[in-house]
Design a protein around this ligand. Structure first.
Ligand SMILES: [Zn+2]
Length: 384
């Protein structure tokens, strides 16, 4: 068994309060997943992530494959053990970074040849190889190898990119199914295995997105992701693509929108029925001094905070807001102190995780409410 997905409550707008039972941890959804690029959510230690309530984090296959290497990680007992993270993990396929970070890419139907951005060494990634690497890393969820279509893309380019992604999805799934029992914790965790998610692409073309979703659903993945969003397109287009694809995905399986987004976006998508999201925004922005707060965005470098004794976010009760002032965070940033990135990141993650916690509670509280009269049927819960 790879995963179990249990829907606890569903709102009329499609939002789902559910539980994603993974081999290392049951994850309450909707969930935001902090990005732990190279086996570390930058600047924040694992025990702090646990305190913040992070349930599942991401690892980037491309980075871990290049350094320290998937075989080394496998020899050390897998990614969970290597980084000392007992909770759930997801690895991406490596595709996104191969296309965005590496040099001298050469794409063929077979796979992608690329040069490492670290030392210029030459590597060849195929869907089968991506599966082998992800099985060696041993996260709870692996992702199909895909090509993230850039924006903007002409229709003919989006079609060709989708053709490749669909062929690679098939090959990813076949190889994964044949080898998924090889994961190092298979016996230790009672015969459980990793899950594989397919990725819907198709650029910003609604019919291509539909086609992509329908074909992936036929292949029968364990869950479905919508990729190729937040690549520079206007937000209403992101929303349009998500709204187009969601109803086509099987209700009983988890849905993951990759690489989004701003705080109001993740809240909106969760209410539409997206179960999982990840984004580097809260962590990356934090290192640049941008804090997300209940009062909007706050640039901690701003001179006006030089002697501001107030907490970063008066409505936040995270360990940073309870203890430190805006003036101190600004000083750390101005002084180039390493603690600056750590404290800023802790607050931003607390803020993002808090949004999802609030959405989950709101979806859940529908359970506790008595059935409403028929006159307000539009907002009545659907008990199940
Ligand atoms: Zn805070």
């Amino acid at each position: 068994m790879s995963l179990q997905f249990e829907i606890i409550e569903e709102s009329p707008s499609g939002g789902r309060r559910a539980r994603l039972n993974l081999p290392h941890q049951a994850v309450e959804t909707p969930v935001f997943m902090p990005v732990g690029t190279a086996g570390s959510v930058k600047a924040v230690a694992q025990d702090v992530l646990e305190t913040l309530g992070a349930q599942i984090i991401l690892g980037n296959t491309y980075h871990l494959y290049l350094r320290p290497g998937h075989e080394a990680i496998q020899r050390m007992g897998g990614l969970h053990r290597f980084i000392s993270w007992p909770r759930a993990m997801l690895t991406d396929s490596g595709g996104f970074q191969v296309f965005s970070l590496s040099q001298l890419r050469k794409v063929s139907d077979e796979g992608v040849r690329f040069r490492s951005h670290l030392d210029g060494s030459s590597h060849f990634f195929t869907p089968e190889h991506s599966m082998d690497v992800q099985i060696a890393l041993g996260a709870d969820i692996a992702m199909a190898f895909d090509e993230c279509t850039e924006y903007p893309a002409e229709r003919i380019r989006a079609e060709e990119s989708l053709r490749l992604t669909m062929a690679w999805a098939r090959r990813s799934l076949d190889h994964f199914r044949a080898h998924q029992a090889k994961v190092m914790w298979h016996d230790e965790l009672g015969g459980r295995t990793q899950s594989l998610f397919g990725i819907v692409q198709g650029g910003m073309y609604r019919d291509l997105r539909r086609q992509s979703a329908e074909r992936l659903v036929e292949m029968d993945f364990d869950g479905y992701a919508i990729g190729g969003l937040s690549v520079g397109e206007p937000r209403d287009l992101t929303l349009e693509m998500i709204a187009e694809v969601l109803p086509l995905l099987p209700a009983g399986k988890p849905r993951y929108v990759m690489g989004v987004g701003y705080p109001d976006e993740i809240e909106q998508y969760a209410r539409m029925g997206v179960d999982m999201m990840d984004c580097v925004l809260p962590t990356r922005a934090a290192r640049h001094g941008l804090l997300f707060t209940s009062e909007g965005r706050l640039n901690i470098k701003n001179k006006r905070y030089a002697e501001d004794q107030g907490p970063p976010d008066p409505a936040c009760d995270c360990m940073v807001c309870r203890r430190y002032s805006r003036a101190y965070l600004r000083h750390l940033m101005q002084s180039g102190e390493a603690l600056s990135g750590t404290l800023n990141t802790i607050h931003n993650l607390a803020f993002y995780l808090g949004i999802m916690r609030r959405v989950r509670t709101e979806l859940e509280s529908r359970l506790a409410q008595p059935a409403e009269p028929a006159a307000t049927a539009g907002t009545t819960a659907h008990p199940r």
